[in-house]
Design a protein around this ligand. Structure first.
Ligand SMILES: *Cc1c(COP(=O)(O)O)cnc(C)c1O
Length: 389
């Protein structure tokens, strides 16, 4: 019944984890879910208020404009100017998205013809690969290795691959590895893109979730980036708005035009009341972001302490709400995640779920209440005795 496109998906691992979680809960296990990256805290109340007000205004009830409200695009461009120092024309260099996942998933449709290659990091957010396949393209994996700070080695990509490649996906601060990139890397990417005529899709969903004084740059900070690529950003992680489905893309106007073309024919834009709430989030007080960062940092340090107890050493990440933890030798990532669930009731995502180079790691998400992370740490302490026998 299903298309080959659907058949080519491999959702089995994540489905299997979810299955194991449900079965554990049925057995009465008090499961601590550090698997999914979905903020546990509510959207800031001033943003919720803005939605309520906007929803009562009937002018938001009609089909929205395809490109997004101009005021939303102005707010996003102002936010990029203030936050990243990047100047954008809200009319042509900003596109509203129904969550950045929507944009990432649709983007390859505008640029890939059957057989074209997209350079996809491994491990990575699964949407890059799937969107490529859905568009008829072929994903070419570029490994992210710890020796390289989980940055791709662009120089190692073979000539014949470069000739067929049309898109490069990058994502820093990174999900799942929590690695960060500096401006030097982005400069290298621009040079690489110009040389090989490759379009760059930078996914900066975690740009604001940074710690210890670190500030994540934008790909668009690199000179020439506006000529070769775009950047996806999202209100989901920054303002605890994953359920609202609102994000945007910024950068090269021709690339954005292509994505807009696809979207015009598929969706009819983001609910204007949600866009108005998004404006409030971006233009309003930013204390809520600082508060979340403090909470994630506290959880990060707690969990790292717990991991240390079971012999897993992790350098505190400078960004994202993930801990990318190497599993003990003699275990695969799936085996160790099973052990954690069975012996401690803790769910973490096996790295292999993000690509074959994710093997050997588990991803722990910090989007669970702090007292539950404290409980997870206690269980890890008890698990320690289990592991050594
Ligand atoms: C969460 C996430 C997104 C998408 O978020 P939206 O809610 O669709 O805006 C995009 N990229 C990465 C890497 C993510 O982790």
């Amino acid at each position: 019944m299903y298309s080959e496109r659907i058949g080519s998906l491999s959702p089995y691992l994540f489905a299997a984890i979810d299955d194991a979680r449900v079965r554990a809960i049925e057995r009465g296990v008090d499961v601590i879910d550090l698997g999914v990256g979905d903020p546990d805290r509510p959207t800031p109340s001033h943003v919720v208020e803005a939605l309520c007000r906007a929803a009562r205004d009937p002018s938001t009830h009609t089909y929205p404009s395809y490109l997004g409200l101009l005021e939303f695009r102005e707010a996003a461009s102002l936010w990029y100017l203030e936050r990243m120092g990047v100047e954008l024309d809200p009319e042509t260099e900003v596109l509203t998205l129904i969550g950045s996942k929507e944009g990432v998933a649709h983007a390859p449709l505008a640029f890939l013809d059957p057989g074209d290659l997209a350079l996809v990091p491994d491990p990575a957010y699964p949407v890059y690969r799937i969107a490529t396949v859905f568009a008829g393209g072929v994903p070419y994996s570029i490994p992210l290795e710890p020796e390289n700070g989980f940055l791709p080695d662009l120089g190692a990509i073979p000539e014949d691959v470069l000739r067929r490649a049309k898109i490069l996906f990058i994502n820093y601060p990174n999900n799942p590895t929590s690695a960060t990139a500096d401006l030097g890397f982005y400069r290298e990417v621009v040079e690489f893109a110009l040389e090989n005529e490759i379009i760059v899709f930078s996914d900066n969903a975690y740009s604001e979730l940074t710690f210890d004084g670190y500030r994540a740059p934008s790909f668009l900070n690199a000179p020439g980036a506006m000529d070769v690529g775009i950047e996806f950003n999202s209100l989901s992680k920054t303002y605890n708005m994953t359920g609202w489905r609102i994000g945007f893309a910024v950068g090269n106007r021709d690339i954005l035009k292509g994505i807009g073309e696809v979207k015009t024919n598929i969706d009819s834009g983001a609910f204007e009341a949600v866009q108005r709430a998004g404006i409030r989030a971006m233009k309003g007080e930013q204390d809520c972001v600082d508060e979340m960062k403090k909470i994630y940092r506290e959880r990060r340090d707690l969990l790292i302490k717990g991991l240390k107890r079971i012999g897993i050493r992790v350098t505190p990440p400078k960004a994202t709400f993930y801990i990318w933890a190497p599993v003990p030798e003699d275990y695969t990532s799936i085996e160790f995640s099973k052990l954690l669930l069975e012996k401690a009731g803790i769910i973490a995502t096996p790295g292999i779920g993000f690509g074959e180079h994710g093997e050997g790691y588990l991803r722990f998400s910090l989007t669970t209440p702090t007292n539950r992370i404290e409980e997870a740490v206690k269980r890890m302490e008890r698990l320690k005795d289990n592991l050594s026998t």
